[in-house]
Every structure is written in structure tokens, then in C-alpha cells.
Design a protein around this ligand. Structure first.
Ligand SMILES: Cc1ncc(COP(=O)(O)O)c(C=O)c1O
Length: 337
């Protein structure tokens, strides 16, 4: 099994800045071109103060944690402000993590999907630049840039095990989905690089937030809201509505959609820890689905669809480290209790 470990990315413990930083760079370039009629200068990020010509900006986002930290982290690198709306029940550690980047955090009484709507509404009134990782009607460009940014993960693999452009190093790739941006990036990159020889792709969600699986099951080709309670411990995946940009790419490319219970994530976090890999709740979801596919008799047919067996070469993405350290320790130490 291959593991692409994103738990140490840029010191923020998750892959998310790959999307937010690229999207913000592109948004600044668009703004610069509109205002000054010329391309964003190459050295603008090295020259202190060069960006000041654009004036002060506040970047705003809804987030379960990691995307918000990524937006806040990027804003801080650029000397700009960030405001992040978070859903009810957000772990205090995730709030603190974002505040440590100098951002303002608003913990709301709603779900992640409510936060997406509220950020959009408030941004109009206050002139914030919305950096949403999910696309909705009338808002698709920035989420597309975020998906592009995530493809870096797969591009980096070409410097390692995926160096051969003809034959991928994995037969099966498991990708965890919240709004589906990461899953879309995997589809985009692997289908472009390998065409029909691409690995089989598995979209992994919590049972409590299975908007892709349920949309596929609906069978009308349209995205539908999840019926679950959006209360999985896999907080980054607790999204109730597929991103409009991600949905068609994921729908048309993935070979299998699975939804897993939280206990599989806990087991995967412990299994990763035994191998010396720090894998948080959402980070462990790909491995969790692999364990479920191998062990759960109810998933026998899915296992056969993937032709999963002892000689299968599988890639999983560890998309986050211990972003909620207290809960991480509770889960991992439970094995020793
Ligand atoms: C750790 C982690 N993994 C995976 C995902 C899923 O990414 P997406 O929302 O693009 O599907 C998220 C989303 O926040 C996340 O935080």
C-alpha cells in the first residue's frame, strides 16, 4: 500500500493550503489585471508592499477546520485579513488553530452548508473576497482553482512512485470526499495522465454525510443533499451538498462510492499510528474504507467490483494529521486502554 502523507503540509497539518493559496493567487491576478490592465508581476509575492496597490483585502470562507486554516494561513503570508465561519460543535482546537493564523473566527449555530450561505451573504455586504472550496450557482471559478491547486498532490507523486507515464503505480486509489474538491482533483489528474489505464477510483464518505453516494443512488445525474446528520468524527467530510464543480467530474469518473461508519476511521487512525503516521479523523478515511472493504462482509460486492485482492496495489491519501489533538489522543490511546 502507498500512502501520500499530507499531514505535514506547510506546517498546517492538512493538504488544504494547496487549494486556497492557488485560488487566492489566481483571484489576485484577476483583480490586478482588471484594475491595472496588466498581468500580476512575477515578483509581487517577494516584494514587501507590492500587493498594497490592491488595497487591504479580507478573505472569507466557511470551514469545518482545514480549509479555514488554509485561507487564514495564506492571508497571513500576504499580510491580509481572514474571516472564517465554522459550524456548531466545532472542536475548540480547530478554532484555536485558525485564530493562531491571525484570522477572525465566527462559530455559528448552523451546519457547514449554512456557513457557506452566510459567508456569501455577509461578503456582499462587507466587500470580503469569498474563497469557498465548494461551488454553487453563480460561484464556480474559485472552487475550480482550488481543485487545480489540489492536483499538486498527484503531480508530486510523479516525482516518486507514479513516475512512469504509461502505467500507474496503483490499481486502486481511495479518495475521501467532503464537497468533492479533492476527489475531483484526483479524477482530473489521473484520467488526464493515464486515460483508460487510470487506477480504479473509490469515493469515500462518512455514512452521516454521504452526499455523493446518495446522489449516485438517486440515479438522475443530479447532486442531492445528504440525508445524514452531518455529525461524523470525520469533520472535514461532514458536508451535506456536493460542490457543483466537483459533482460532474466525480460522478463521471469514480468506479465506486462507499460510505463508512466512524469506527472504521478510528481503527484506521490507530493502524496508521502503529506505522508511525499521524492520521486525523478525515485523514484516515481512505485507509478506513480500505479496512472496511477488506473486512466487512456487507461490502463483498464492492470488493469484487474493485478486484481487490492480496496483490492489489492501493494508494491512500493521509489528508490530515492531528488537527484535533485531544480527540486524536483519545482514539489512538484507546487501543492501549
Ligand atoms: C482532512 C480532509 N480530508 C479531506 C477533505 C475533503 O476535501 P473536499 O471537501 O475537497 O472533498 C477535507 C475537507 O475539508 C479535509 O479537511
Amino acid at each position: 500500500m502507498l500512502v501520500k502523507d499530507e499531514s505535514v503540509r506547510f506546517g498546517v497539518k492538512a493538504f488544504k493550503p494547496l487549494g486556497a493559496s492557488w485560488a487566492i493567487r489566481q483571484a489576485l491576478a484577476a483583480r490586478w489585471a482588471e484594475r491595472f490592465g496588466e498581468p500580476l508581476p512575477e515578483n509581487v509575492f517577494e516584494e514587501p508592499g507590492a500587493l498594497a496597490r490592491l488595497g487591504r483585502m479580507t478573505f472569507a470562507a466557511a470551514s469545518d477546520g482545514n480549509h479555514g486554516r488554509a485561507v487564514a494561513w495564506t492571508a497571513r503570508q500576504l499580510g491580509q485579513e481572514a474571516v472564517i465561519f465554522m459550524p456548531r460543535g466545532t472542536a475548540p482546537a480547530r478554532v484555536a488553530m485558525i485564530e493562531s493564523e491571525g484570522a477572525t473566527v465566527v462559530v455559528t449555530e448552523g451546519t457547514y452548508d449554512d456557513c457557506v450561505r452566510w459567508v456569501d451573504r455577509d461578503a456582499r455586504e462587507r466587500g470580503w473576497v469569498v474563497i469557498s472550496d465548494t461551488a454553487y450557482p453563480g460561484y464556480e471559478t474559485i472552487p475550480t482553482w482550488i481543485v487545480q491547486g489540489y492536483t499538486t498532490i498527484f503531480r508530486e507523486l510523479e516525482d516518486g512512485p507514479f513516475a512512469d507515464p504509461e502505467t500507474p503505480a496503483a490499481d486502486v486509489v481511495l479518495v475521501q470526499a467532503g464537497v468533492g474538491g479533492l476527489a475531483a482533483a484526483a479524477a482530473w489528474h489521473l484520467a488526464n495522465r493515464y486515460g483508460p489505464r487510470r487506477p480504479r477510483l473509490v469515493c469515500v464518505e462518512p455514512v452521516a454525510a454521504a452526499c455523493f453516494l446518495e446522489s449516485i443512488e438517486a440515479g438522475d445525474g443530479e447532486p442531492h443533499p445528504a440525508s445524514g446528520a452531518l455529525d461524523s468524527i470525520m469533520a472535514g467530510l461532514d458536508c451535506g451538498v456536493p460542490s457543483l464543480v466537483a459533482w460532474p467530474m466525480v460522478r463521471d469518473t469514480y468506479d465506486l462510492f462507499v460510505a463508512i461508519e466512524d469506527r472504521w476511521a478510528e481503527e484506521a487512525m490507530r493502524a496508521a499510528a502503529r506505522e508511525g503516521v499521524v492520521s486525523g479523523e478525515s485523514g484516515a478515511a481512505g485507509l478506513a474504507a480500505l479496512l472496511a472493504l477488506l473486512r466487512d462482509p456487507a461490502l463483498g460486492e464492492a470488493r469484487r467490483t474493485l478486484a481487490l485482492g492480496p496483490s492489489s496495489r492501493v494508494l491512500v491519501l493521509n489528508t490530515e494529521g492531528d488537527t484535533d489533538p485531544e480527540h486524536y489522543r483519545e482514539v489512538v490511546d484507546a487501543a492501549r486502554a
